[in-house]
Design a protein around this ligand. Sequence first.
Ligand SMILES: C[S@@+](CC[C@H](N)C(=O)[O-])C[C@H]1O[C@@H](n2cnc3c(N)ncnc32)[C@H](O)[C@@H]1O
Length: 383
Amino acid sequence: MTTTSEDWTARAAALADDIEKAGVPLSAEWRAAVGAVPRHVLVPEFYEQQGNQWRKVSRRQQLLEATYSLKTLVTHVTDGQPTSSSTTPTLMLRMLDWLDVHDGHDVLEIGTGTGYNAALLSARLGDAHVFSVDVEPELVELARQRLAETGYKPTLRAMNGADGMPDHAPFDRIIATCSVPHIPLTWFEQLRTYGLLLADLKLGMNAGNLVLLRRLPDRLEGRFVNRWGSFMSLRPEPAATLDPPAQQERSAGEVRERTTLIEGTPWFDDLVPWFMLHLDGTVQAGATFGVTMDSTLGRPDGTHLVDVDGSWCEVDLRVDGKPRRVRQGGDRNLWDAVENAYTAWAGLRHPGWERLGLTVTADHQTVWVDEPDGHRWPLPEPR
Ligand SMILES: C[S@@+](CC[C@H](N)C(=O)[O-])C[C@H]1O[C@@H](n2cnc3c(N)ncnc32)[C@H](O)[C@@H]1O
């Protein structure tokens, strides 16, 4: 695409302003990096969802508007599923701020995707200090070409990011832009002592958050961040091997009815108790949830959760402020377990993410409340 530098430099400067207006303070260095990176070169096309289809967008004007906006842009689709995206610049810059990089730091990124984040890091630190891996060889090759067009040559590899980049370790910082159900020990081993790791720990859909860990001599330790963020899952192999998204099947048989005074729906509204349900093993990683719509009013009238064993619950969303009707079936009363998680959360004085922390050693990974020796749960073994 031919675009004059005046076109994009003004847009990139305006993007930095918009990121700040959205509540992410930018240091002079990060502001300069946002202004220096032509995002439209790294994202020369993206996909928009229309019904069940993903439509490619590459028209110049639309592209310029989208790439210098705060939108997350889907950039790779395999068998109808998004498999790579360029995350909203507000989240990327917030994460780069949390990562607390300094001149001379070597940074490893897991999940190269478009290369936009690698370009920002290269603008900030110099490309000799930037290392990035993606499991998709095709994406790595495109990112390599487009980064070179922007003048950056960070070290890129097509490989499983769970293995880090052993031949360039140790790193001062590691940032993972795909989610993991536990922290790979290689990241611990490849981080310099007192270095920082920022990763997205997710035990299931919406069940977890970004966590910032410091490498101590014998462990990684730190807290979840006070904003919620989410990335696509780390895949052990390129996406061609992904299964279609699973909708769990409800068990047939007896339907049990009750009411509830709980107003929220944990999987959408109260993500800490939702995380706790996964930590104690009540809900499994593959559980699915959704809403049903009232087509007349155009708003949801119910929400449901189905766990991998077929146990399910369904909550009526039509009655505001009154006991809601609940139906549940299968071997376990799932909504009863949801209520127990709310009670346990209340017993801990409703911790938000910032009161939750994680300790990772060679032998165990433990989530805790307030202090490492406070109330705690071992991370469930990944399935
Ligand atoms: C949200 S995108 C990353 C966005 C990227 N940082 C950017 O600036 O555009 C997540 C990326 O993680 C990659 N990914 C998934 N599994 C991976 C793995 N095992 N190792 C490395 N990358 C992986 C995906 O292919 C995808 O490109």
